[in-house]
Design a protein around this ligand. Sequence first.
Ligand SMILES: Cc1ncc(C[n+]2csc(CCOP(=O)(O)OP(=O)(O)O)c2C)c(N)n1
Ligand SMILES: CC(=O)[C@@H](O)[C@H](O)COP(=O)(O)O
Ligand SMILES: [Mg+2]
Length: 629
Amino acid sequence: MTVTLLDTISQPQDLRKLSLPQMDGLAAEIRSLLINTVAKNGGHLAPNLGVVELTLAIHRTFDSPRDKIVWDVGHQAYVHKILCGRRDKFHTLRQHGGISGFPKRSESEHDAFGVGHSSTSISAALGIALARDLSGRDNQVLAVIGDGSLTGGQAYEALNHAGHLGTRFTVIVNDNEMSIAKNVGAMAEYLAKIRSDPTYSRVKRDIDNALRRIPAIGDSVAKTLERAKDSLKFMLVPGMLFEELGFTYIGPIDGHNIAGLCEVLQATKTMNGPVLIHVITQKGKGYSPAECNADRFHGIGPFCVESGETLQCGNRPSYTSVFGDELIKLAADNPDIVAITAAMPEGTGLKKFAERYPKRFFDVGIAEQHAMTLAAGLAAAGKRPVVAVYSTFSQRAFDQIVHDICLQKLPVVICLDRAGIVGEDGATHQGVFDYAFLRSAPNLTMLAPKNETELRQMLAMALKHNGPCVIRYPRGCTLGIPFATESLPVSIGKAERIKLGSDLTLLAIGSAVEECVVASDLLASSGIRAGVVNARFVKPLDEEMIRSLSRETGVLVTVEDGCLAGGFGSAVAELLIDKQLKWVKLLRLGFPDEFIEHGTRAQLLKQYGLDGAAIAEKAASFFREYGAK
Ligand SMILES: Cc1ncc(C[n+]2csc(CCOP(=O)(O)OP(=O)(O)O)c2C)c(N)n1
Ligand SMILES: CC(=O)[C@@H](O)[C@H](O)COP(=O)(O)O
Ligand SMILES: [Mg+2]
């Protein structure tokens, strides 16, 4: 059996045994492992292909886990995982029970900080560096942040603080000119300006070298020269913005040249204060389908390595595309409708809207908080903004939703895609908290469709409603199957009966309705007549319907693809208590008080007893214990 270079690397320090040409060979081996694994499991291919050399250089130069490396988002940390003891498990990437697609402290001592959401790395690395200084240790601390993640406000809060403190640590900006889509905003333009003008780097180097060559000079001369250097730098030197913030800026440097990277990284080890290294990489490097289509290969499902074609399962449209298409239709009749995404035009289904109505579309960068307040401003001035964002990322913007939108009763429609279980991205991305944290906001209407028809109806309704509305829907394909009853028109606070039943009622919301229809059929085969009600609204709840159900069967099973604590079932329990409907026997099904790890949606629903079969089983035993009159 031939021994590969990768076989010789069991810990990052082993990299130092390789010559530089061998490092290039290792980079090729790693690329092949990345491509073949992601082709089977799905995952973030293009971001990882782009950082192979950068990760090799970091681990060759620094001493992990003693030195701490914090990855921003962490979707580009596969190479780090391969080098840091997880090569043997790499085939389990993102699979149920396998290694996570993101750094995780519980997975390895090399994962200095858990991530998944963007723009946190500088804050976390600064915290780690401060703790080091307070404890008198002398290890190195690095944050690796992409140009896209540098559009997030938290990154600036951290730069601002770090520059002020003067703490010794290094920020590496991995600039590939891409967020998921093309990067946007003034910072992206600033980085592009630095990148595209090579004279900047030369002039900076010349000035710095000239100053270094001047021997022992008096204080005042030195100060004058420093000032001269500063004013020249202001005009000529790249990265002046970062220097003004208190960072030493180095760059731009080629992120695919291992020798050059190692040299620069080595030099930073002895520098005082915060350093920012600007590295230029190509997203998708080394695999032409990903180089040509970095956007599609940012995060991709299983695909064919030869052609780069995705292996599709079924051809039903996604909730995302149903939303996007419907919004385009509604916008044709209402010129006040505008749409906002936080760096996810494709993922939220707004790409076509952007093409159709470019002036009515805003990609704000990875800035969910800004997106919400921007929408509030637009609404305050008479527009009908629709903010489409993943449920998990909306967590960032809780205050903006409460304080800027709900408090002022502004008619903003927030469409939460990827609500409930998202699957392979795992704990950082499951959209299970939205019912719980949003239903506490006064003036908010919150609803979830059972299928694509209802999503269309809900969007139309929300855009007519004179107040804030949140619609949440899951990742993946729509049902494409008819329900027993056709959807009734959606009116605020009104639930929909799907099926009558005299023993118990499954009261479900969103994608749980489908599972409850299956459960009801299974219950029927064991002699239990279970009705199904589609709640539609978590806020306001349909009190009249719940009162009727409490009289009809007196046994309610609430089912949601969200967390139990504070969620839909909790809302029903509160109503039963507040309205003194105390005879009702209530079973709440949803996710327990823990983070839900990665796996397929089907695996996770089964594991947590939320698929049709498990719901039927739990409902049956509850009915046997409490229901029989
Ligand atoms: C708060 C938050 N919003 C959105 C996302 C989705 N997201 C993941 S990676 C990414 C783009 C990041 O771009 P960049 O940092 O440049 O990394 P690259 O993929 O280009 O290497 C986005 C928008 C996220 N993870 N977190
Ligand atoms: C890393 C990240 O946050 C995104 O890339 C996310 O993984 C995309 O998820 P979808 O695949 O559901 O669009
Ligand atoms: Mg990028």
